[in-house]
Design a protein around this ligand. Structure first.
Ligand SMILES: NC(=O)c1ccc[n+]([C@@H]2O[C@H](COP(=O)([O-])OP(=O)(O)OC[C@H]3O[C@@H](n4cnc5c(N)ncnc54)[C@H](OP(=O)(O)O)[C@@H]3O)[C@@H](O)[C@H]2O)c1
Length: 327
């Protein structure tokens, strides 16, 4: 395994593995025994960066909490302590079973942030959440209230690092500016959907006609380049299996002329590197000029093993140039 630092403050920054493991289906679609086996294998391979959210898996008709609860049981049964960084998220939990974050989200008011973080700590069995993200934006709450509420949790020691997911780039910058002006800790870890294939960012999303704020585009990539102390965590880097599986058609945002060109480059480089397409995608992210932390999903140990092997895959300068040039 390889490691890198997320965060800047010596009191809260952490060393994490360059590959992060997502658990959104753990405890629901992925049963407990399989979930524990995947988690054990990840840790055995040196993995130290696990991702969940307070609303996983609400799409099963609940308000979520199953993934955090499973992680709490796994932590207790294995005696896991501070060596494993667990990130969770607040803000997108539906307020009633059977509803969604698109129409009925808990949001990011001060009381919600406080109460939801407390519930996450209980479910996970952690005195301090290592990293807490704002899962989606909440335009009904003044940004200053959200910034103050997150900083309050850091000040009292119940949260370590702060992160942000699925917000427009300007919202991230504004929140960070507000925090900095007030001398408060701000978001330092960004979590967005990102992979090798480029997504059309002009298509309306589930929450905004203007597009999909959760999808990495030029705004966020240039922001990262300008602010190298920020860390980018890329969710769904394997496009949920879409690179390699006929039964996983690519989402409509990848339906454009650049996609076949990039898929062809990917397959060529994979052959050349004697690696799988998925591994090339992960190695391309990890080894980028501005390194990205892929946040993968797996429903079996075999899937996880394939992704873990990508950590040791070093693309040559020529291979990387071929991938970058495809458009
Ligand atoms: N911030 C957010 O809004 C947000 C949104 C989405 C996800 N996330 C986080 O990101 C994590 C990962 O998301 P994701 O599951 O969409 O990531 P992903 O890595 O793109 O997809 C994982 C899925 O791809 C398939 N897969 C993985 N390895 C494979 C292999 N070697 N061969 C064939 N198929 C393979 C599996 O599907 P099957 O299990 O069906 O076989 C697996 O569940 C989540 O658990 C969550 O923590 C965050």
């Amino acid at each position: 395994m390889k490691y890198r630092t997320i965060g800047t403050d010596p009191k809260t920054r952490r060393e994490v593995s360059v590959l992060s493991l997502g658990t959104m289906h753990f405890g629901t679609a992925t049963d407990e025994a399989t979930s524990f086996a995947i988690l054990d294998r990840y840790v055995e391979a040196g993995g130290t960066f696990i991702d969940t959210a307070d609303n996983y898996a609400f799409w099963t008709g609940t308000q979520g909490g199953e993934s955090e609860e499973l992680l709490g049981r796994w932590r207790r049964s294995r005696g896991v302590g501070g060596e494993i960084v667990i990130a969770t998220k607040v803000g997108a939990r539906p307020l009633a079973p059977g509803t969604s974050f698109t129409d009925n989200a808990e949001g990011l008011s001060a009381p919600v942030i406080r109460e939801s973080a407390e519930r996450s700590r209980q479910r996970l069995g952690m005195a301090r959440l290592d990293l807490l993200y704002a899962h989606i934006d909440d335009t009904a709450v003044p940004l200053g209230e959200t910034v103050q509420a997150f900083a309050g949790l850091v000040a009292e020691g119940t949260v370590g690092l702060l992160g942000v997911s699925n917000h427009w780039a300007w919202q991230v910058e504004r929140a960070r500016t507000l925090a900095a002006a007030a001398g408060l800790p701000g978001y330092e870890v960004l979590q967005y959907q990102h992979s090798y294939l480029r997504a059309r960012t002009d298509l309306p999303g589930s929450r905004y006609l203007e597009g999909m704020p959760g999808m990495v585009g030029g705004d966020l990539l240039s922001y990262l380049r300008a602010e190298p102390q920020l860390a980018m965590v890329a969710y769904s880097p394997l496009l949920k299996g879409g690179y390699v599986r006929e039964d996983r058609p690519l989402d409509p945002e990848f339906d454009h002329p650049g996609t076949p060109v990039r898929l062809a480059a990917l397959r060529e480089v994979a052959k050349d590197a004697a690696a799988t397409v998925n591994q090339v995608v992960l190695a391309w992210l990890i080894g980028a000029e501005t390194p990205i932390i892929p946040l993968i999903g797996a429903s079996s140990v075999a899937q996880l093993d394939e992704s873990l092997a990508a950590v040791d895959l070093e693309l040559t300068t020529e291979q990387r140039a071929r991938l970058d040039a495809a458009r």
